[in-house]
Design a binder for this molecule. Structure first.
Ligand SMILES: [Cu+2]
Length: 256
């Protein structure tokens, strides 16, 4: 939502040009109608901005700069089409909030349909696999395993206080989900890979897009996944039929 609890997400401009490094600025207006200037830090930053193209082919997680008047500014790499921006922040004296706003980027929009399920993502020579199933209304453990050139990565670097940050978005309405990592660097029980564990509770069935940001070799990379929520046995839908056909009768909702 654009507004919640008296706070609203106001883009300076709801339209943008396509291109790399496009300047984008916005304010968060408080209950008094003025831009908020005082924030609390979450994961080392005062505000996290997630930008996603409606077809999920573009995803960025950035940390804009705040000026003294409450104007946030950043740069985004924007391909043509409709984008949704999420501001994830805690205004001083208020609880954590996520607000969304639409940004229209000029040019011809050619949406990508994508694969049905993606549980192994490749990025820059890294392969990240996701295990665990999302179940509506109940806690699900998701394990992401990072490998590079076929070898497990055991020296992940902390990024914003964790070995990974996971954002989940529901297809259709783009509902945004906070997903919390299990353990943190330096707590004496959390390894620096190859596995990063998260807990997520999705509110409803459907398909979800998940984006993992992880840091290795001094660089942050994003792995993108698409998962369907688990269904009860015997439940058969069109999307099952459309899925590769190879899994067949080995039990819906299991992916091993
Ligand atoms: Cu962030």
């Amino acid at each position: 939502m654009v507004s919640h609890a008296g706070y609203s997400f106001q883009l300076a401009d709801q339209a943008a040009e396509q291109g790399p490094g496009v300047p984008v600025s916005f304010t968060i207006e408080g209950p008094d109608g003025r831009p908020v200037t005082d924030y609390e830090r979450e994961h080392e930053k005062r505000l996290h901005l997630i930008a996603v193209r409606r077809d999920f082919s573009g995803f960025q997680h950035v940390h804009p700069e705040l000026d003294s008047d409450g104007l946030w500014s950043t740069r985004l790499d924007l391909a043509p089409g409709p984008w949704r921006l999420f501001a994830d922040f805690t205004a001083a004296g208020a609880g954590p909030l996520t607000l969304g706003a639409d940004l229209q980027v000029g040019g011809d929009y050619l949406p990508e349909s994508g694969a049905s399920e993606v549980r192994t993502a490749s990025v820059d020579g890294y392969s990240v696999s996701l295990s665990g199933d999302l179940r509506p209304g109940s806690d699900a453990k998701l394990t992401l395993r990072v490998a590079r050139d076929g070898r497990p990565v055991t020296d992940l670097q902390p990024y914003l206080g964790a070995y990974g940050h996971l954002v989940a978005l529901r297809e259709g309405d783009l509902a945004y989900l906070h997903v919390h990592p299990d353990g943190s660097p330096g707590d004496g029980r959390t390894d620096a890979g190859p596995e990063v564990v998260f807990h997520a509770t999705v509110p409803s069935g459907g398909d979800y897009r998940l984006f993992l940001d992880f840091k290795h070799g001094g660089q942050v990379r994003t792995a993108a996944f698409r998962v369907a929520t688990g269904r009860s046995a015997g439940d058969s839908t069109a999307s099952d039929a459309g899925r590769a056909g190879a899994e067949e009768e080995q039990g819906h909702g299991h992916h091993h």
